[in-house]
Design a protein around this ligand. Structure first.
Ligand SMILES: [Zn+2]
Length: 469
């Protein structure tokens, strides 16, 4: 009998999927999973790893990434890989503060061209539109779907930064995207109220960190979510609100889902593990939009994740240096500081530690929210997000006994938003398409081999509506 070929055989690990955990061997050949099973036999493997007492997870997908500040795709992908991420989906579009300008389709093409030679991880893109793009949204959405970019973000906030689109443009985006099988993502906060309150705080000299949270109250997220969800309902389009942060949004999610809206929801690691105490301690370094909230919000979000009302956890990580966050008048005026946190590297370990270790979510749930669900929602499944025969060999060998004390993250940043936390459970090994990137806490990739991965609108849980109103 001739032996079967494998580049790597991972023996005796506990393979985790979105619904179970089972002890299996995994054979990898030419960058793909060749076979899985208990006690695989008949292999001539170049390498073998004994993974007993460790978990085998699909590589994580960071479906909310901003590799546009001090970290571009090169250093961002390195920090991501250290934390067990193997696919990054970046927001790209005509947004000045992200360093981009021009027609969104062209900006996306340029980003892919620039990022492919430098990224260590496979990456996808979400098209992103600003107020100035209102007349070209439909055209660009259609072009981007053909390029392999089936998801698009618009903002219901940030008017002064030129990002807030009108309600009419939101309806246009929802309809155009769903017609061809795409998905509209919204930053759901009521922009006019935030600007009104911010103006009031600034004009009365209230510009300290403690004034930031009340300038963006919880109810504004729930209001905008309700509005966007209602629009989606009217147009018959799927909707993906990003970075949900408040307890007030949970009943809105429940109503929309119950009424049959194809709603896919996301929160971020910082809303689950940090509170607005951080902004009092760290000032501009802890400024993010939406703001860090209260413990009761975190508790409600954990419950929503565990019950399946929240589908995805993603980083919303920027990649900032302290200098950039504190620049200009930011140290004196919290409203002048840029938005954003450095959460990418320790996102999965934080959720492991505070979710799985503390019994708030199960391990299959962790795989669901970081791997399976984002892969399905963004058209990457089953190539990504799952360990099964024929899938890309994007694999994390997770050591539940490994301890890490967070003190900064890799890449070009000089702090992590999770500095000071002690985490139990870290990746021992991270590989993409069979190539090892992280081994025993060291970066071992020889060259950037990340590729742009196309999202397939026919592989998502929402069907193209296929007709115009
Ligand atoms: Zn974001």
């Amino acid at each position: 009998m001739s032996l079967k070929k494998a580049d790597l055989l991972i023996k005796d690990g506990l393979v985790v999927s979105g619904h179970d955990i089972a002890k299996k061997d995994v054979a990898i050949y030419q960058g793909k999973i060749r076979e899985m099973g208990s006690d695989l036999e008949g292999y001539d493997a170049k390498n073998t790893i004994d993974a007993s007492k460790r978990y085998i997870l699909p590589g994580g997908i960071d479906s909310h990434a901003h590799p546009v500040y001090d970290d571009k795709m090169d250093s961002y992908s390195i920090a991501a890989a250290f934390g067990g991420i193997t696919t990054v989906i970046a927001f790209v579009g005509n947004i000045k503060s992200w360093g981009f300008s021009g027609y969104t389709t062209d900006v996306v093409k340029g980003f892919i061209e620039e990022s492919e030679p430098i990224s260590y991880l496979d990456f996808g893109v979400h098209g992103t539109y600003a107020a100035a793009d209102e007349d070209t949204i439909s055209k660009s959405i259609s072009e981007l779907i053909n390029l392999g970019v089936p998801s698009f973000k618009v903002f219901m906030s940030y008017k002064q930064r030129g990002m807030m689109i009108s309600d009419e443009a939101l309806l246009t985006a929802l309809e155009a995207a769903s017609y061809e099988g795409g998905l509209t993502q919204v930053h759901a906060e009521t922009g006019c109220c935030i600007e009104y309150l911010t103006e009031r705080f600034i004009s009365s000299g209230k510009t300290k960190p403690e004034h930031f949270l009340p300038s963006q109250p919880n109810i504004l997220e729930a209001e905008a979510l309700n509005r966007a969800g209602t629009f989606a309902q009217v147009v018959g389009a799927p909707l993906y609100p990003v970075h949900l942060s408040t307890k007030e949004s949970i009943p809105v999610i429940r109503r929309l889902k119950e009424q049959g809206v194809e709603l896919f929801t996301e929160t971020c690691p910082h809303y689950l593990t940090l509170t607005d105490e951080e902004i009092l301690k760290r000032g501009p370094l802890a400024k993010v939009g939406p703001p860090l909230r209260k413990e009761e919000d975190s508790d409600a979000l954990w419950e929503a994740v565990s019950k399946g009302l929240i589908d995805v956890i993603a980083s919303d990580s920027g990649g900032f240096t302290v200098k950039r966050k504190m620049a200009g008048a930011a140290a004196e005026n919290i409203f002048e500081a840029p938005y954003g946190l450095n959460t990418i590297e320790f996102m999965v370990p934080m959720i492991w530690n505070y979710g799985v270790n503390k019994g708030r979510i199960t391990l299959p749930k962790l795989v669901k929210v970081f791997c399976e669900n984002p892969a399905k929602i963004f058209g990457l499944y089953p190539r990504k997000g799952v360990i099964m025969e024929g899938s890309d060999a994007d694999i994390v060998i997770w050591n539940p006994s490994r301890i890490h004390y967070v003190n900064g993250q890799h890449g070009n940043t000089d702090y992590s938003s999770f500095d000071g936390f002690e985490l139990l459970g870290m990746p021992d090994l991270v590989m993409q398409r069979g190539v090892v990137i992280i081994e025993n806490g060291k970066f071992v990739a020889k060259k950037p081999e990340g590729k742009f991965v196309k999202g397939d609108p026919n592989a998502t849980p929402y069907a193209p509506r296929g007709y115009k109103l």
